[in-house]
Design a protein around this ligand. Structure first.
Ligand code: GZL
Length: 312
C-alpha cells in the first residue's frame, strides 16, 4: 500500500513559490537515498523551492542547517532528526521565527508544540511484526537471535528494539543473545555480524539475525557467507525497509522477511504544509505510514523491479 501511494499521481497540493528547507540525516542507507530522491520529486511536483542540506549523520550539522534556514526566512522546515534528543533550543528558535517545522521518519523527545506535525511509521509495530514473524517461523524450536541495532539514540533504534522484544515475549525458546549497533550501514552491519559469528564459534549456534534495517542485513548476509554458512537457511535474516536489494537476497534464498517503510514521507508532509500555509488548517500531530511484511512468498523479483529506480 505504501508503494501504491508512492506511485499515485493524485493531484498534489500547490506550494508553488514556497521556499522549504530540508535537513536530511545523510545517505547512510539505500532507504535514506530513496527518501531524499522522493522528497526532491515531491517538491518538484508542487513547485517547492527545496533547500537541501545533508548532515552526514551529525546532529550538529543538522542544527547548523536549521539555523541557516531560519536566517534565510524560509516558509517551512523539514527535519529527519538523526537522534531523538537535543532539539529543543533550535526548534524554539524556529518557533520564535514563526517557521513551521515538520519531522520526517524519526521522532524526538521534545514538547509537541515545537513542531507542526511528524510523518513516520509506527516503529514499535515494525519491530513487533519482525518478532512475530520469527515466532511463527521457528515454532517451539530453540532459537538464539542476534540483533543489529540502528543508530544509537535514534527513535527507530529504540522503538524497533522494543517492538521486537514485545514480538518474541512469552516464547522462552527464542533468546536474544547479542545486540550491537551497526549504525544503519551495510559496512558496519557486516563488521558487527563478523564479530557475532566469531564470538559464537563460527555461528553454528546462531539461528537468526534481526537487523533494524535492510542495509545492515545485506552486510550481515555477506558476513554469514564469508563464514561458510547459508544466510536464509542456516541463519534466518529478518529486517526492515523493503529496499530492492533485500528482495534480490530473498529471490536468491538468502533473506527471509522485511517490513516495508515507504520512502515517501514528504508527500504527506507537503500536503499538511499546504493546508496549513494556504488555509490555516492545523494537521494531526502524528501522521503514521503503513508497515507491511514481505517474505519470499510475495514475488520478491517483482518487488525488486517495482522499487528499482526509485532512488534507492
Ligand atoms: C526509519 C529511518 C531509518 C531507516 C534506515 O524511519 O529513519 O533510517 O530504517 C535509515 O534505513 O538509515
Amino acid at each position: 500500500a505504501g508503494l501504491a501511494a508512492l506511485l499515485s499521481t493524485a493531484a498534489h497540493a500547490d506550494l508553488s513559490g514556497k521556499v522549504i528547507g530540508f535537513s536530511q540525516i545523510g545517505s547512510e542507507s539505500g532507504w535514506r537515498a530513496a527518501e531524499t530522491s522522493v522528497t526532491k520529486a515531491e517538491a518538484e511536483k508542487r513547485g517547492v523551492d527545496l533547500k537541501f542540506a545533508d548532515a552526514q549523520q551529525k546532529q550538529e550539522n543538522q542544527i547548523k542547517a536549521i539555523r541557516g534556514f531560519i536566517a534565510q526566512g524560509v516558509d517551512a522546515i523539514l527535519v529527519a532528526p538523526v537522534v531523538s534528543t537535543g532539539w529543543d533550543e533550535v526548534l524554539t528558535e524556529a518557533k520564535e521565527a514563526s517557521i513551521p517545522v515538520v519531522l520526517l521518519d524519526r521522532g524526538i523527545d521534545a514538547s509537541q508544540d515545537l513542531y507542526l506535525t511528524s510523518v513516520a511509521s509506527d516503529q514499535v509495530k515494525e519491530g513487533r511484526v519482525a518478532g512475530e514473524w520469527l515466532v511463527k517461523t521457528v515454532g517451539d524450536k530453540p532459537c538464539n537471535v542476534v540483533e543489529l541495532q540502528g543508530t544509537v539514540g535514534s527513535s527507530p533504534a529504540i522503538n524497533r528494539k522494543q517492538g521486537f522484544e514485545e514480538g518474541i515475549a512469552g516464547h522462552a525458546n527464542i533468546t536474544l543473545t547479542r545486540s550491537q549497533t551497526g549504525d544503519f550501514t551495510r559496512a558496519k552491519g557486516k563488521e558487527v555480524m563478523e564479530g557475532f559469528l566469531k564470538a559464537e564459534g563460527g555461528g553454528k549456534s546462531i539461528c537468526a539475525v534481526y537487523a533494524h534495517n535492510d542495509d545492515m542485513a545485506v552486510g550481515a548476509i555477506q558476513a554469514i557467507k564469508d563464514a561458510g554458512l547459508k544466510p536464509g537457511s542456516d541463519i534466518l535474516v529478518v529486517s526492515i525497509d523493503a529496499v530492492p536489494d533485500i528482495f534480490a537476497a530473498m529471490a536468491a534464498g538468502e533473506a527471509n522477511a522485511t517490513v516495508e517503510l515507504t520512502p515517501n514521507m514528504a508527500g504527506p508532509a507537503f500536503d499538511a504544509l499546504d493546508a496549513f500555509l494556504n488555509g490555516g488548517t492545523v494537521p494531526e500531530k502524528f501522521i503514521i505510514t503503513e508497515s507491511k511484511l514481505y517474505t519470499p512468498a510475495d514475488n520478491p523479483q517483482g518487488e525488486y523491479e517495482a522499487r528499482k529506480g526509485l532512488g534507492y
